[in-house]
Design a binder for this molecule. Sequence first.
Ligand code: DNO
Length: 398
Amino acid sequence: MPMKMGWRWYGEGNDPVTLSDIKQIPGVTSIVWALHNKMPGEIWEIDEIQKVADQIHAYGFDMDVVESVNVHDDIKIGLPTRDKYIENYKQCIRNLSKFGVKVICYNFMPVIDWIRTDLQHPWEDGTSSLYFDRIRFAYFDLKILERENAEADYSPEELDKVAELDKVITEFEKAELVDTIIVKTQGFVNGNIKEGDKEPVTLFKRLLALYKGIDREALRENMRYFLSAIMPVCEEYGVNMCVHPDDPPFQVLGLPRIVTDEADIAWILSAVDNPHNGLTFCAGSLSAGEQNDTRELARKFARRTHFVHLRSTKAIPGGNFIESSHLEGRGHLIDLIRIFEKENPGLPMRIDHGRMMLGDEDKGYNPGYSFYGRMLALAQVEGMMTVVDDEIKRQMKL
Ligand code: DNO
């Protein structure tokens, strides 16, 4: 059974790509959705879900996969108020299950979701893609946030490069860096900071301070507490939780990140050893970590994977990475499709991110979620899926 093709849609008013646009993409049967106006910790009410369900169903799509129901910081920090937010989370699961939702993607990244330093890194052919530059990120950390003891997280060479950058970077570039790292990439995925928020850097520093004293162990225990508490509801309502890997999969800004590699994933799956506690296999996030081999991870965790993001990255010496073509890079997408089709056939997938091309850049798409670029990637991946399907059929005949 081939993978089920989904397309991420941000909802009416939040996404220049409309459902009728998506309807024209061959093979897409499922909308990966969320109530993007909801803050972490809020209950998604039946009438609110119904409204979006009606829109999605009107085009004949299903809505099995939600990305994301975000986890409130009090749960991640382990504050006494977490129980109230966990109760709300359980209610979300119950309410979503009434609409046929079977998979909930979420993440457990403190303060900041995915991180990039450049949203339009130019390619020679005139297209562009997302990019992470370690020195620019270090600049943000050291010179803009001025985080205490941040120097300790960088090598002397890196600190030198940051000092060099400081001599030439313009005020405009600094503002753009802030906007990219903590505003533009965050707001549209229900992040802590939205476009229009005043003084995002001050706001961000306040959020960072909330995590003082929360190390890897504490964050892990808080994740275990959260997952253990919601599992009975997931069992009763037949909903699978699947954590999204940290993007990028390494420590940042002195914050613990606990979904970065094989050992982390193995810990999460065994700490709460329940089939409803699973993984979103984001090939893009995982491949951005040089420690990770996506094929090995897929082989290990296919059975506990509930949702797949197909995307690839190329690591660049010095800790930078670029979102590569879906045909290239460290994602090895065709092999992943082979592994998932063998070990756990029919998983829902979506194309993750795409280049900006052919005027995508003028349309105001959410960063990473271009139309033509994602269409191209989907066509490439659909080709891979067809090849794999053919291989399986041939093998069955032998
Ligand atoms: C970015 C996305 C992430 C992802 C969340 C899942 O493009 O991959 O924002 O949806 O981390 O909770």
